[in-house]
Design a protein around this ligand. Structure first.
Ligand SMILES: Nc1ncnc2c1ncn2[C@@H]1O[C@H](COP(=O)(O)OP(=O)(O)OP(=O)(O)O)[C@@H](O)[C@H]1O
Ligand SMILES: [Mg+2]
Length: 231
C-alpha cells in the first residue's frame, strides 16, 4: 500500500503540489487525473524520489520513503514509468530489460519472460536498439523496465501520451492484465474516459490540490470532473 500524506512540492517559488493526500491499496489500480500543469507529474516524481518534497509523508507499506534517493525507493519496491518513457536508446530491448533488473530486487530471467509474455512484440524486437522502436514499443519497454525491478507498487505517468489509439488500447490492455495479476498501480492520465474505464478508484487534481476522489462511476459523470479539465 502507498500512502501519501500532505505532500507539498515546489520549483523555486512555484508551489506545484499543495497538500496532496492519497492512498493506493495493495492490488488496486488507482488513477490520478487532472489538466495540464495540475501537479500530477510532480506528485509522481516526488513519490519516486526524483523530486525532493518540501513537506509531507510518503509511505510504502510501513516504510517512510520520502527522504530516500531514487535507487533506494526502487529497491524498496516502487517503480516509476516516467513521462516520455526514458529508454536507453543505444542499447537493445533485452539489454534495457537486463539493466533494469539490476536496479531492483530481481533481475532473473523469469522476469524477462514475464515482460515478453505481456508484450510479445518486445520479444520479437529483443535485439533491436531501443532508440529505433516506435513510440508504442518504447512505452511497452518502459513498462517492461519497471516490471524488471519486481515492483510492489508501479507508478505510470501518462503512458498514452502521443500514441495512436490502437496502441493506446494495447498499452491499456497490458495495464489491465497486470492489475489482474495483482499488481498495485498508480496511473496518471489526461485521458479520463479510458483511465476511469479501468481504474477501481480515482483522484482529480487541480492547481496542485486534490479536489475530488471516489470510485470511477462517481467521477465519470461528475460535471466538476469536466470542469477540472477545462480550466
Ligand atoms: N522543472 C520545472 N521547473 C519549474 N516549474 C515546473 C517544472 N516542472 C513543472 N513545473 C510547474 O509545476 C506545475 C505542475 O507541473 P506538473 O508537470 O507536475 O503538472 P502535470 O499535471 O504533470 O501536467 P501535464 O499534464 O502537462 O503533464 C506547473 O505549473 C508547471 O509549470
Ligand atoms: Mg505531467
Amino acid at each position: 500500500m502507498l500512502t501519501v500524506s500532505n505532500l507539498c512540492a515546489s520549483y523555486g517559488a512555484i508551489q506545484a503540489v499543495r497538500g496532496v493526500s492519497l492512498t493506493v491499496r495493495a492490488g488496486a489500480l488507482c488513477v490520478l487525473l487532472g489538466a495540464n500543469g495540475a501537479g500530477k507529474s510532480t506528485t509522481l516524481r516526488s513519490i519516486a524520489g526524483l523530486h525532493r518534497p518540501v513537506q509531507g509523508s510518503i509511505r510504502l507499506g510501513e516504510a517512510e520513503i520520502s527522504r530516500l534517493p531514487t535507487h533506494r525507493v526502487v529497491r524498496s519496491g516502487l517503480a516509476l514509468v516516467p513521462e516520455g518513457r526514458m529508454v536507453v536508446a543505444p542499447l537493445s530491448v533485452e539489454e534495457n530489460l537486463v539493466l533494469s533488473g539490476f536496479a531492483g530486487r530481481g533481475g532473473e530471467a523469469s522476469e524477462i519472460e514475464r515482460v515478453y509474455a505481456l508484450f510479445p512484440r518486445l520479444k520479437e524486437r529483443r535485439a533491436q536498439k531501443a532508440g529505433l522502436l516506435s513510440g508504442g514499443e518504447q512505452q511497452m519497454l518502459a513498462i517492461g523496465r519497471a516490471l524488471m525491478t519486481k515492483p510492489q507498487m508501479m507508478v505510470l505517468d501518462e503512458p498514452s501520451m502521443g500514441l495512436a489509439p490502437s496502441i493506446v488500447d494495447l498499452v491499456f490492455e497490458a495495464i489491465v492484465a497486470l492489475h489482474g495479476q495483482g499488481q498495485s498501480i498508480l496511473l496518471v492520465e489526461q485521458n479520463a474516459a479510458i483511465a476511469l474505464s479501468v481504474a477501481d478508484y480515482g483522484y482529480v487534481m487541480k492547481r496542485g490540490e486534490v479536489v475530488m476522489e471516489g470510485p470511477p462511476e462517481a467521477l465519470r459523470d461528475n460535471p466538476e470532473v469536466l470542469e477540472a479539465y477545462l480550466s
